[in-house]
Design a protein around this ligand. Structure first.
Ligand code: ATP
Ligand code: MG
Length: 565
């Protein structure tokens, strides 16, 4: 059994790779790459590609995965993005070792390759404008028209290309094009542009270049230079594969990787293109790339997602050839599954209602034992203070309880978790507004731990905190960023931003959390009992001013979907 059989359910890509190993196609090597363009932060869709590329490499003896920055467009790229991408890949749990590369490191070699194509009569300098090139290209129904410059001699092309490089011409005035076939049914093969003029410094090569290679020329050659065996990319590149192969064949490169396409991840209630995400960031619809509502890796991390949950999600959705949209509820389900095992339980009251226990001695404090995680006895217990004045959740009391509301109401007895039975004996209201501002209760000292010696039952168990001991905290509740399952669908309208959910962020001030959280570390995760999973915000929280993000609520809509299905 190979390692890949034992660790992963297989998919069509892993099957191809296993077959190549069997036939010794690449002398037993498996070399993949993850090739982000540093023009934005990584999102959950990239995680799918990362898990696939690094996963395939890890599953095969001696397998390697490169991290390569596809940095050929200095107008959109930035060092900030490079650093964030590296941090995100590492956080997801993957390691490129020594294999960190930049397409810009190949600019000299790519230039040499372009010269070779020109010499071979396979590329020419074209003076048509961008619009003219588009016009000449034709459409799926209409064949293209040859550029008047297509017949330039190799010598003339060499001279013009060198002058392009020398900075003699303006942006957009000339391009280098591959000479392929203007009548090809594949538009990508109708003499694609492979170099353009761009007088703009590059974040790595500085002012050295004023011409930059295009994606289709750069990508295949970078793969080849690095000795990649399997170049895994998303379906939109399927139509580019003939060009990928053409460039490598014409240049007769020693290494000719196999490009294999798979379906990209689409997720409901969010958008997944860097251009759209950048739009949200730049126009201030969210608070930066790492806003916990964003589908970016940094947003998910700040929200409280674990790398394990994301990797598990990627494994469950699998890799296939057909496009589909995955329900966000599945991602949340994977997250709950992981946090349920590892997140310590604490009691926090998000919308506090004061409760005075009339028959509990003034000044007395008991330290009651609470279980840290019922799923994991090894996580032990802790002490929580109980005193005469407590807070419970506002929504856990109703003055006139409807049917099936079993929580606290006048005259009714409920259990306080890990503590006592209490009974509501009086309701204090604000004289002006009539709002309930305080409850008076009695407790039964015989019920410590939550059970009555006389066997009487209560129908509800509430969480609570001791008022004088609890800590103040801000809690941020998050909901879907969009109100539509597919906000980017053109059928929903021209601008996806019209479907932003105005209720995607609710900020609660003056929440009360149990005192044990005073030592919480930024980024640490908890289950607030009966409320959901929360994460101490790594950016805005500090010891004196606690801020928690709701990572995910406890209600698992995926479990319901799965049951129905
Ligand atoms: P976007 O469309 O979000 O801007 P991109 O394709 O331009 O993404 P790149 O930086 O070029 O972003 O992507 C790096 C790699 O990640 C590529 O191989 C790409 O195919 C892959 N990738 C991007 N988005 C997804 C996705 N939603 N699902 C799976 N893989 C993806
Ligand atoms: Mg791209």
């Amino acid at each position: 059994m190979t390692r890949s059989d034992s660790m992963h359910s297989s998919d069509f890509i892993r099957t191809i790779i296993a077959e190549d190993l069997k036939t010794n196609k690449n002398q037993g090597r498996v070399v993949t790459r993850f090739p982000p363009e540093p023009n934005g932060y990584l999102h959950i869709g990239h995680a799918k590609s990362i898990c696939l590329n690094f996963g395939v490499a890890a599953e095969n003896e001696g397998g390697v995965c490169h991290l390569r920055f596809d940095d050929t467009n200095p107008s959109k790229e930035d060092i900030e993005y490079i650093e964030s991408i590296k941090a995100d890949v590492r956080w997801l749990g993957f390691d490129w070792g020594d294999h960190l590369y930049y397409a810009s490191d190949y600019f000299d070699r790519l230039y040499e390759y372009a010269i070779q194509l020109i010499k071979d009569g396979k590329a020419y300098v074209c003076d048509l404008s961008t619009d003219e090139i588009r016009e000449y290209r034709g459409t799926l129904r209409r064949p293209g028209k040859e550029s008047p410059h297509r017949t330039r001699s190799a010598d003339e092309n060499l001279e013009l290309f060198e002058r392009m490089r020398g900075g003699e011409f303006e942006d957009g005035s000339r391009v280098l094009r591959a000479k392929i076939d203007m009548a090809s049914p594949n538009l990508n093969m109708r003499d694609p542009v492979i170099y353009r003029i761009l007088h703009m410094p590059h974040h790595r090569t500085g002012d050295k270049w004023c011409i930059y290679p295009m994606y289709d020329f750069t990508h295949c050659l970078s793969d080849s230079i690095e000795g990649i065996t399997h170049s895994l990319c998303t379906l939109e590149f399927e139509d580019h594969r003939p060009l990928y192969d053409w460039v490598l064949d014409e240049l007769n490169t020693a290494c000719h990787p196999q490009q294999i396409e798979f379906a990209r991840l689409n997720l409901s209630y969010t958008v997944m293109s860097k251009r759209k995400l950048l739009d949200l960031v730049e126009k201030g619809y969210v608070n930066g790339w790492d806003d916990p509502r964003m589908p970016t890796i940094s947003g998910l991390r700040r929200r409280g997602y674990t790398p394990e949950a994301i990797r598990n999600f990627c494994e469950r959705i699998g890799v296939a050839k057909r496009d589909s949209t995955i329900d966000l509820a599945l991602l949340e389900h994977c997250l709950r599954e992981d946090l349920n095992k590892r997140a310590p339980r604490v009691m926090s009251v998000l919308r506090p209602l004061k409760v005075v226990i009339e028959n509990y001695p003034e000044g007395k404090v008991e330290e009651l034992e609470a279980i840290n995680n019922p799923e994991d006895p090894d996580m032990g217990t802790r002490k929580v203070p109980f005193s005469r004045v407590l807070y419970i959740e506002k929504e856990d009391f109703r003055e006139e309880p409807p049917k099936k509301f079993f929580r606290l109401a006048p005259g009714r007895e409920v259990r306080l978790r890990y503590a006592y039975f209490i009974k509501c004996v009086d309701v204090i209201k604000d004289k002006q507004t009539g709002e309930v501002i305080e409850l008076h209760c009695t407790y039964d000292p015989e019920t410590q731990g939550g059970w009555a010696p006389d066997g009487r039952k209560v129908k509800a168990t509430l969480h609570w905190v001791s008022a004088p001991h609890s800590l103040d905290a801000e809690v941020r509740l998050y909901d879907h960023l969009f109100t539509k399952p597919n906000p980017a669908d053109e059928k929903e309208g021209p601008d996806f931003k019209a479907h932003l959910n105005p209720g995607s962020l609710e900020i609660l001030k003056s929440c009360r959390v149990e005192p044990g959280l005073s030592g919480a570390l930024p980024g640490s995760r908890y289950q607030f009992e009966r409320q959901g999973y929360f994460c101490m915000d790594p950016v805005d929280s500090s010891a004196g001013a606690l801020v928690f993000n709701r990572t995910v609520s406890l209600r698992d809509s995926w479990a319901n979907i799965a049951k129905k299905g």
